[in-house]
Ligand binder design. Structure first.
Ligand code: ATP
Length: 248
């Protein structure tokens, strides 16, 4: 379970995030949504420990990063928006390095990887180097490495960019399977129609603040329209927040 409590943080002393609060229970898929510059990537960087909060607390399964950096990091599988692979390592070596870094026995890792490689149609490319992969294939390697770990929390930044429709469906199926196994998932996305279908809850960020957090039903109630789509709610919420800021 992830708890983000009163998080204020950002870059070089500039608080991009202001008093951010939300939680992800075990077995929950939460969508992180917001306009360009709203603070989604900054939130993710705070959770994975690339940034240090100015104030507030981030707790994963009751543990903070400061209590045990290595144990905390081992609980997170992160899939960045832009794939970053080691040019000098083959796909097989990427899997081996991931298993080593997360303390997973090689036979266990390779057994898990086999299924994932089949799902993403990369089984015959184990000896390939990243330079020979397309952008979507590189992203699939990042996905396989993250799912190989079977972490407590998956953080997936813009998962649907660059993936073909088949791979998107495969990724969604995997997320749903991991959710069933009790993992928590935080997914940042601009593809609201897909998010609406699969996410249990939504964190709506606007200019570094959480302007709504809850299930689709809770957001609809808040909005006062029982049949509104996430797109409609989201646009209305951001306009309300903009009008509020202009009024101040
Ligand atoms: N490395 C950085 N140094 C300084 N400011 C940054 C840095 N990265 C982002 N910011 C600022 O933080 C704010 C939030 O940016 P962030 O990247 O978190 O937004 P986002 O919601 O992920 O946007 P997008 O949808 O465009 O990816 C923006 O005002 C941005 O200019």
């Amino acid at each position: 379970m992830l708890k983000v409590k009163n998080l204020t943080g950002g870059y070089f002393g500039n608080p991009v995030l202001k008093d951010v609060n939300f939680e992800i229970n075990d077995g929950e898929l939460v969508g992180l949504i917001g306009l360009n510059g709203a603070g989604k990537s900054t939130t993710i960087q705070e959770i994975i420990g690339l940034l240090t909060p100015y104030s507030g607390l981030i707790e994963l399964d009751g543990m903070t990063l400061l209590q045990d950096l290595y144990a905390y990091r081992k609980k997170i599988g992160f899939i960045p928006e832009t794939p970053s692979l080691y040019e000098e390592l083959t796909l097989r070596e990427h899997l081996e390095v991931t298993a080593l870094a997360y303390g997973i026995p090689e036979d266990v890792a390779m057994a898990r990887a086999q299924k994932l490689l089949e799902t993403f149609r990369l089984s015959d490319k184990l000896e390939w180097f990243p330079i020979n992969f397309s952008k979507g294939m590189k992203q699939k390697v990042m996905i396989i490495c993250a799912f190989l770990i079977e972490p407590s929390l998956y953080i997936i930044d813009e998962p649907f960019m660059g993936l073909d429709p088949l791979a998107i469906q495969d990724l969604i199926d995997l997320m749903l399977e991991m959710k069933k196994n009790g993992s928590s998932i935080l997914m940042s996305t601009h593809i609201l129609s897909t998010a609406e279908k699969f996410c249990d809850k939504f964190v709506v960020l606007h200019e570094g603040r959480v302007i709504a957090f809850g299930t689709m039903d809770e957001l609809r109630q808040h909005f006062g329209n029982e049949s509104a789509s996430l797109d409609e709610i989201y646009l209305a919420l951001t306009q309300q927040a903009k009008a509020g800021a202009e009024h101040e």
